[in-house]
Design a protein around this ligand. Sequence first.
Ligand code: SF4
Length: 310
Amino acid sequence: MSPKPSCRCGAKAVYFRAYNGESLCAKCFSASIFEKTKKTISKYGMLNFRDSVAVAISGGKDSSSLLYVLNEVMKGHGSKLQALTVDEGINGYRDESVKNAKELAEKLSIPLLVCSYEEFFGFALDDALEQRKDKGISSTSCAVCGPLRRRSIDNAAKALGANVVATAHNLDDVLQTFFINLHSGDTERIKWLSPAYKESSENFKLRRIKPFLEIYEQELAFFAYANNLPFQSESCPYMNEGIRTEIRTYLNKLEQSHPGAKYSTLRTVLQIANGLEGSLPKKEIRTCSKCGSVSTGEVCSVCKTLVQFQ
Ligand code: SF4
């Protein structure tokens, strides 16, 4: 199938979906993203009436699009919508994205809570990562940052009184995470990819949802651009250290020669994750002996990370 000059509505087509042969104008393209998100929320039962939703926004294209889309599709749903931003302390990168996040939240009149690693852990990510060589720590930047980021999002959501955290993980992110965990043999983390997976504790019940689960990353970039959303186009300077970039390149090549390959792989990945969610023995939810947070081990991953830098 090849691109057509006109959209089905007759307007000039500006986007071609190779996986289903649709040529779309900017308006019909945006409408399709709203529709797809609504369907995903309903298909996986992501939201309930009167949920209090905190959207984790970084100021990048995906999360800016998420806040914009949820603000629209949740109208009349009876749920509360707020936003949170975590400033990890990445010099020359995060400042601009925090500025974009604030600008968008203000434009949409959505309350935004900005918090930082400095506030939660007492250091900026840049400073911690610089110490790795001296301390003989071989972990990649994302392996250090990831648990701290998740904990910061939880803390911020808790401060906002939210029971749901919405993140902008898209179809590409989910596939990349699957292959990373497949390579490292981490079946527990593959289970976390299941939309049915819920983390809970007696003190704090938090449902994590990914409303963009079935949307391609490149479509979110186009959506942000087509809707004139403020977003940071630079990527995190630490993002290319692990194998994620190689996996991204492999999946993009595959999609280019076999349009729709990513989407069919996602269906298989979700079946595997759902199967693991139903069959793997449930890990006992405990309390971390150091910080008292929910943990599947004696010490949580955040405390294990922090202890390396003390
Ligand atoms: Fe942290 Fe890695 Fe994300 Fe950068 S790419 S913010 S280092 S998890």
